[in-house]
Design a protein around this ligand. Structure first.
Ligand code: F6P
Length: 335
């Protein structure tokens, strides 16, 4: 017999992303607004294991929609990967009377949520879970968009625009490493948006002559005397790439690793709005007993997907946009 949702837990897990707070706010206010209790679980799945939680109401999430980071902290939990760890987490869920959990994070977070729900079912305990995709990498297979991506792009773009000022003045080559773990979404979007001379992504095997030397040469032949090379952290060793540029074409590149600055800052409009809508949709899905699910976007529209199906989905990297980048970069000077 399906039960009415009475109390929802909400947590953030994995790398934090700007917009997570907006998602937490939306979950809490959507739940409380329907008379559903809401418990904030701190430090990801570890919070369930160690009973680290906070009772949430509408005022708990005031003035956070514009704040980067996560009010509930985040962590990656090795213990939660074990059955004893999941059983400890379940004990906390039972103690708190949780009948649903909203997990905000990446696909690893969703796998943990699904494992927990299945473990609960084995013991006759109905615990629905709903996932909200949040990572600056935008590399979650089931969703076209993940919370944090737009803000991280904007941060990297602003930094690279600043770098370009000084590279132009000194007629230098800048090699900038951006995040993205094993994916090139951040690098490609940023590369297109800053008009990079060259962009290296893990999805495209590096041909140093073609992908860097020729592009810098074309730019030089077209009269440019400074060069912006964007490297996705998963595409190669940035210092090694800089050294090879020096060896091959005699430039003396300056390397900048943007690092965790891309994870902070006030969330953009897109991240605030997407996170708010996803948080609301997650609670509605749980109220309608549609768990276990993931709230995804498909071509700009929200779509609640079965979590099991969502976790099997992969994302096709759009090499068409890479070709656009090359067209806009390469068409400046014959070799
Ligand atoms: O997954 C988000 C991300 O920022 C990646 O882009 C990056 O490689 C990783 O997290 C860094 O992880 P940590 O914050 O644990 O150093």
């Amino acid at each position: 017999m399906d039960q009415k949702v009475k109390r929802i837990g909400v947590l953030t897990s994995g790398g934090d992303a700007p917009g997570m707070n907006a998602a937490i706010r939306a979950v809490v206010r959507s739940a409380v607004g329907q008379g559903i209790g809401c418990i904030g679980i701190r430090r990801g799945w570890n919070g369930l294991i160690s009973s680290d939680f906070i009772n949430m109401d509408t005022s708990s999430v005031s003035h956070i929609i514009n704040k980067g980071g996560t009010l509930l902290y985040t962590a990656r939990s090795e213990e939660f990967r074990t059955i004893p760890g999941q059983d400890k987490a379940l004990a906390t869920c039972r103690l708190l009377g949780l009948d649903a959990i909203v997990a905000i994070g990446g696909d690893g977070t969703f796998r943990g949520a699904l494992d927990l729900s299945r473990r609960a079912k084995e013991t006759g305990y109905q615990l629905q879970v709903a996932g909200i995709p949040a990572t600056i990498d935008n590399d979650i297979g089931c969703s076209h968009y993940t919370i944090g991506f737009d803000t991280a792009c904007n941060t990297a773009i602003e930094c690279i625009d600043r770098l370009r000022d000084t590279m132009q003045s000194h007629e230098r080559c800048s090699v900038v490493e951006v995040m993205g773990r094993h994916a090139g979404y951040l690098a490609l979007s940023v590369g297109i948006s800053v008009g990079a001379t060259a962009v290296l992504i893990p999805e495209k095997e590096l041909d140093f002559e073609r992908d860097i030397v020729e592009k810098i040469r074309r730019a030089r032949l077209a009269g440019t005397t400074h060069y912006m090379v964007v490297v996705a952290e998963g595409a190669g060793e940035t210092m090694e790439i800089s050294r090879r540029i020096h060896e091959n074409i005699g430039l003396d590149p300056r390397v900048t690793v943007l690092g965790h600055i891309q994870r902070g800052g006030a969330p953009s409009r897109q991240d605030r709005e997407t996170a708010s809508c996803m948080g609301y949709a997650a609670v509605q899905a749980l109220v309608e007993q549609r768990g276990n699910c993931v709230v995804t976007t498909q071509a700009g529209h929200l779509e609640v997907m079965e979590m099991e199906d969502a976790l099997k989905m992969t994302k096709e990297f759009d090499m068409g946009r890479y070709r656009i980048l090359e067209a806009l970069t390469n068409n400046c000077g014959a070799l």
